[in-house]
Design a protein. Structure first.
Length: 321
C-alpha cells in the first residue's frame, strides 16, 4: 500500500472556457467538481493503475462532506480526519487553450489537536505501507516542521517518503531524510535562489542522500540522486489535443504517483523516471486532474529518452610540496 497525505485538500472546481480575458465576463463552457489536492490526485492515479493506495486528509464542513462523497464514488480508499473547526477549502481552475489558471484558497486553520489526529492516522497505516507521499501546501496553523515530523515517523518504519512541497516546508523536512523531493522548476528556483535547474537541484540535494526530481514541464524531469544524475524527456511531441484541449493540472501529481510506485518496487532510476514522464504526459491529455489516458501512457512510455548526466568535476587540490 502507498499512503498519500494531503494536509490542505480542496474541492477542485474546473471551469473550461472558450476565451479568457481579464476585466470582462465569461460564459463557462463546462463545470466539473471533484475531491482534490496533490495527495488526493496521486491516490486517484495510483488507484487507476491498480496500486493499493490510501489517502489521508483532514476534512471539515460542507465542503469536506462533498470531498468525502466524491472519494467514495471514485472508489478511493481514504482515512478522513475530522476538523475541529472550519470547512475544507476550494480551488478554482480556469482551463483555456491548453493552459490552466488556478485560484487557491488558503484553507482552514488546523490546531495542534488536528495535526495530532492526522499524525496518528498516518502512524496507524505505516506498518502496512511501502511508500508515503507528502504533498502540497501546509494549511494555516500547521507548524512549519509538520512534514519533517511525518518524515521522521515514516523513517522509524523504514518507509520511503516522496515529498512534493516547496519553500520553508521543504527545507525544514530535508534533515529528516525523505527519499525524494519533487519541486517544479519555479519551486526549485524559489527554494534555492538559483535559476539553473541542475545547479539548483545539486545544491538542494547537497550531501543529504535525498534525491531531487524536478518537474520541468514540457522538458520532462531532471533527477539528481545518490546513484547518478539523469534527464528524462519525450523524444516526440504530445499527440494533437482533442476537442477538450489539454489540462496540465495534476501532471506533477501523476509523476509523484510513479515515483512512489517505483520506490515501493525498487525500480532502477532510469525506468522509474521514464514511467514518471510518460504518466505525467498522459495526464496532460485528460480533462481533469487525477486522471490519465491509459492508452497514451502505454504508447508514450517507449518514447521517453533518459540520459545520464556527467558528474560535476571536483576541483583539484595542489600537490603537497
Amino acid at each position: 500500500m502507498i499512503i498519500t497525505v494531503t494536509p490542505n485538500p480542496a474541492l477542485d472546481i474546473t471551469h473550461r472556457l472558450d476565451t479568457l480575458r481579464p476585466h470582462t465576463s465569461h460564459r463557462v463552457a463546462e463545470v466539473h467538481e471533484q475531491a482534490g489536492g496533490k495527495g488526493v490526485n496521486t491516490a486517484r492515479v495510483l488507484t487507476a493503475l491498480g496500486r493499493p493506495a490510501t489517502a489521508v486528509l483532514p476534512l471539515g464542513g460542507p465542503t469536506g462532506d462533498l470531498l468525502r462523497a466524491d472519494l467514495v464514488r471514485g472508489g478511493i480508499r481514504h482515512r478522513a480526519v475530522p476538523l475541529a473547526h472550519g470547512s475544507t477549502r476550494r480551488t478554482l481552475t480556469l482551463v483555456h487553450d491548453g493552459d490552466a489558471t488556478v485560484l487557491n484558497e488558503p484553507g482552514p486553520r488546523l490546531d495542534p489537536a488536528d495535526f495530532g489526529a492526522l499524525r496518528a492516522a498516518v502512524a496507524e497505516l505505516l506498518p502496512g505501507a511501502r511508500a508515503l507521499t507528502l504533498a502540497g501546501s501546509l494549511p494555516p496553523g500547521l507548524p512549519g516542521h509538520a512534514y519533517r515530523s511525518l518524515t521522521e515517523l515514516a523513517a522509524a518504519h523504514r518507509v520511503p517518503v516522496v515529498l512534493d512541497t516547496s519553500g520553508k516546508a521543504l527545507l525544514a523536512a530535508l534533515p529528516a531524510g525523505p527519499a525524494v523531493v519533487k519541486p517544479n522548476a519555479a519551486e526549485l528556483a524559489e527554494t534555492t535562489g538559483l535559476d539553473d535547474p541542475l545547479a539548483a537541484a545539486r545544491t538542494l540535494a547537497g550531501d543529504t542522500g535525498t534525491a531531487v526530481v524536478a518537474s520541468l514541464g514540457a522538458d520532462g524531469l531532471l533527477a539528481v540522486t545518490p546513484q547518478g544524475n539523469w534527464r528524462a524527456r519525450l523524444s516526440r511531441p504530445l499527440p494533437a489535443a482533442g476537442p477538450a484541449g489539454r489540462n496540465p493540472t495534476g501532471a506533477g501529481d501523476s509523476a509523484v504517483a510513479a515515483l512512489a510506485a517505483g520506490l515501493a518496487d525498487g525500480t532502477p532510476w532510469p525506468e522509474l523516471l521514464a514511467d514518471a514522464v510518460a504518466l505525467s504526459a498522459a495526464t496532460v491529455l485528460t480533462r481533469h486532474a487525477g486522471a490519465f489516458d491509459p492508452q497514451a501512457h502505454r504508447e508514450l512510455r517507449p518514447a521517453v529518452v533518459v540520459t545520464r548526466l556527467p558528474e560535476p568535476s571536483r576541483p583539484r587540490t595542489a600537490p603537497c610540496p
